[in-house]
Design a binder for this molecule. Structure first.
Ligand SMILES: *[C@@H]1O[C@H](CO)[C@@H](O)[C@H](O)[C@H]1NC(C)=O
Ligand SMILES: *[C@@H]1O[C@H](CO)[C@@H](O)[C@H](O)[C@H]1NC(C)=O
Ligand SMILES: *[C@@H]1O[C@H](CO)[C@@H](O)[C@H](O)[C@H]1NC(C)=O
Ligand SMILES: *[C@@H]1O[C@H](CO)[C@@H](O)[C@H](O)[C@H]1NC(C)=O
Ligand SMILES: *[C@@H]1O[C@H](CO)[C@@H](O)[C@H](O)[C@H]1NC(C)=O
Ligand SMILES: *[C@@H]1O[C@H](CO)[C@@H](O)[C@H](O)[C@H]1NC(C)=O
Length: 393
C-alpha cells in the first residue's frame, strides 16, 4: 500500500517537473537590459512572474544558466568515467574523459569514533576550526584550476581533461572537482562520511569558490563563505557604486582581470554590470532552501562591506519567500584580521553546523547582523524595486 502510494506520488510530482524543466531553457542569445537595481528574483527572464515554489525551481535553473553563460563559464556534468578509492585517510579521485585521464588526492581528517561523520569540505584551507564530531575534507582547488594571475587561465587538472580553451573560469571548475569528490564518496559505503551532512567553506578568493560550489552542488547541505567579497557575497552593482564614490572596493573589473576566476567572456560585462540580468543576491538564492551562513568583514573596504551586507540581506528575501528565512544567516563584524574568525562569529557558526551538519541543535534563531552603523550603509530602497511574493506550494 505504502509503496503504491509512493509510486503514485512520484508520477504526479515527476510530470509537472518534466514540463517545467523543458520550459526553463533560455534563448540562445541573451538580451541585456540596463537595470540599475538588483534584478527581481521573482521575474523570469521573459518577464513572467514567479508565483509558486515549482516556478522558483525553474527560475533557479534559469539563474544557474545565466551565471554560467555570462559570468562563470559552463559547469561540466558528471562524466561517465568517475572512480576512486580511499586508502588510509586519503581519497583518490580519478576521472576520464575520452582518452584523457586525471587523478587527484584529497586528505580527510576524521574525528575519533566509528562514524559516519558529517564533513566540511574546505576550499584551499579554512580558518574555521573543525567542530567536534565533524570530518574535514581538504580540497586543493588550485590543483584543479590555477588562480595565480591572468596567465593561470586554462591551467589545472580540469583543463587537462576538457582542454585549455574550455569556457569554465577557475571557480566553476573548482565546483566541478568538488562534485567529483562527492561522486567518489557515494561509491564508498565504508568512507565513514555522512553524505546527507556535507558542508563547504573557504575564505577570501576561496570563499568566492565555496559560495559558487554551494550554489551549484545541491548535495551540499551547508555553505559558509567567509570574507568572499566581490565575486562571492558582494553584488557587482553595489560594489561599483561604492567604487564610484571613491572607495577602494574590489569591483567586477578587478575580479575579472585579477586572475582567471571568471569566464573570459565576462570581461565584456565587467564595466557595465548594470546591464546584466543577474547579480550575486541570486547566487545566494541558488543555495536555498539549504543552509547558508555568510561571514563577512565590516571594516575592510576592499571586501565591500555595504555591498556584501546589502546583497546578502536582499538574498534573505528569497529564503523568506520559500518559507525558510531562518536557514540563511549573515554575521558581518570588524576588528579582526582578514580570514580570522572573531569570537562574535562563533555562536552563529556553531548554530549552523549544529543544525545542518551534526543535528545537535534545532535552534533556528534568525541571524542577520552587522556591527557597522546604518546597515553598513545599505539603503534598501536604492537597490530593491520589487516585492516579495508568498510563493504557493
Ligand atoms: C516565461 O518563462 C517561463 C520559464 O521558462 C515559462 O514557464 C513561461 O511559460 C514563459 N512565459 C511566456 C509568456 O513565454
Ligand atoms: C586512480 O588512478 C591512479 C593513478 O593513475 C591509479 O594508481 C589508481 O589505481 C586509480 N584508482 C582507481 C580506483 O581507478
Ligand atoms: C571531453 O568532454 C567534453 C564535454 O563533455 C567533450 O566535448 C570532449 O569532446 C571530451 N574530450 C575528449 C578528449 O573526449
Ligand atoms: C585555443 O584557442 C586558440 C584561439 O582560438 C587556438 O589558437 C588554440 O589552438 C586553441 N587551443 C586548443 C588546445 O584547442
Ligand atoms: C574598464 O574599467 C577599468 C577601470 O576603470 C579601465 O581601466 C578599463 O580600461 C576598462 N576596460 C574596458 C574594456 O572598458
Ligand atoms: C541560538 O543561536 C543564537 C545564534 O547563534 C545564539 O546566540 C543563541 O545563544 C542560541 N540559543 C540557544 C538557546 O542555544
Amino acid at each position: 500500500m505504502g509503496l503504491v502510494k509512493g509510486l503514485l506520488t512520484c508520477i504526479v510530482l515527476a510530470f509537472p517537473a518534466l514540463v517545467a524543466s523543458q520550459a526553463c531553457s533560455l534563448p540562445a542569445s541573451i538580451t541585456l537590459r540596463t537595470n540599475a537595481k538588483l534584478p527581481d528574483p521573482f521575474a523570469f527572464y521573459n518577464g513572467s512572474r514567479v508565483v509558486s515554489k515549482d516556478d522558483w525551481l525553474c527560475r533557479r535553473d534559469e539563474i544557474g544558466q545565466l551565471f554560467q553563460r555570462l559570468e562563470l563559464g559552463i559547469l561540466e556534468a558528471k562524466p561517465p568515467g568517475v572512480s576512486g578509492s580511499l586508502s588510509g585517510n586519503t581519497l583518490t579521485v580519478n576521472v576520464t574523459n575520452g582518452s584523457k585521464k586525471i587523478s587527484f588526492n584529497v586528505p580527510i581528517t576524521y574525528p575519533s569514533g566509528a562514524g559516519p561523520f558529517p564533513a566540511i569540505i574546505t576550499v584551499g584551507g579554512s580558518s574555521i576550526s573543525a567542530p567536534s564530531g565533524v570530518a574535514v575534507i581538504r580540497y586543493n582547488n588550485d590543483e584543479i584550476a590555477q588562480q595565480i594571475d591572468q596567465n593561470s587561465r586554462g591551467k589545472g587538472k580540469f583543463y587537462d581533461l576538457y582542454g585549455s580553451n574550455h569556457t569554465a573560469g577557475a571557480m566553476i571548475a573548482w565546483t566541478w572537482g568538488i562534485s567529483r569528490v562527492i561522486d567518489v564518496l557515494e561509491t564508498l559505503p565504508n568512507s565513514k562520511i555522512k553524505l546527507s551532512a556535507l558542508g563547504v567553506t573557504g575564505c577570501s578568493r576561496n570563499g568566492k569558490g565555496a559560495m559558487i560550489a554551494g550554489a551549484f552542488e545541491p548535495r551540499i547541505a551547508l555553505t559558509i563563505p567567509q570574507e568572499s567579497g566581490s565575486g562571492g557575497a558582494a553584488c557587482w552593482r553595489i560594489s561599483q557604486a561604492m567604487k564610484d564614490r571613491g572607495m577602494q572596493v574590489e569591483t567586477a573589473y578587478n575580479t575579472a582581470t585579477g586572475t582567471a576566476w571568471l569566464a573570459k567572456g565576462f570581461e565584456q560585462y565587467m564595466n557595465r554590470t548594470r546591464d546584466l540580468p543577474h547579480d550575486h543576491h541570486l547566487l545566494a538564492a541558488m543555495v536555498a532552501p539549504r543552509g547558508l551562513l555568510i561571514l563577512e568583514h565590516s571594516a575592510i573596504d576592499w571586501l565591500g562591506p555595504e555591498s556584501t551586507f546589502g546583497c546578502m540581506k536582499t538574498a534573505t528575501k528569497i529564503y523568506s519567500a520559500l518559507g525558510v528565512v531562518d536557514r540563511m544567516g549573515i554575521v558581518q563584524v570588524g576588528a579582526h584580521d582578514h580570514c580570522q574568525v572573531p569570537a562574535s562569529q562563533r555562536p552563529a557558526i556553531e548554530t549552523f553546523i549544529g543544525r545542518f551538519l551534526t543535528q545537535s541543535t534545532s535552534n533556528a534563531t534568525i541571524i542577520v547582523q552587522t556591527d557597522k552603523a546604518n546597515n553598513a550603509g545599505f539603503v534598501e530602497a536604492d537597490w530593491v524595486d520589487w516585492a516579495v511574493p508568498t510563493l504557493t506550494p
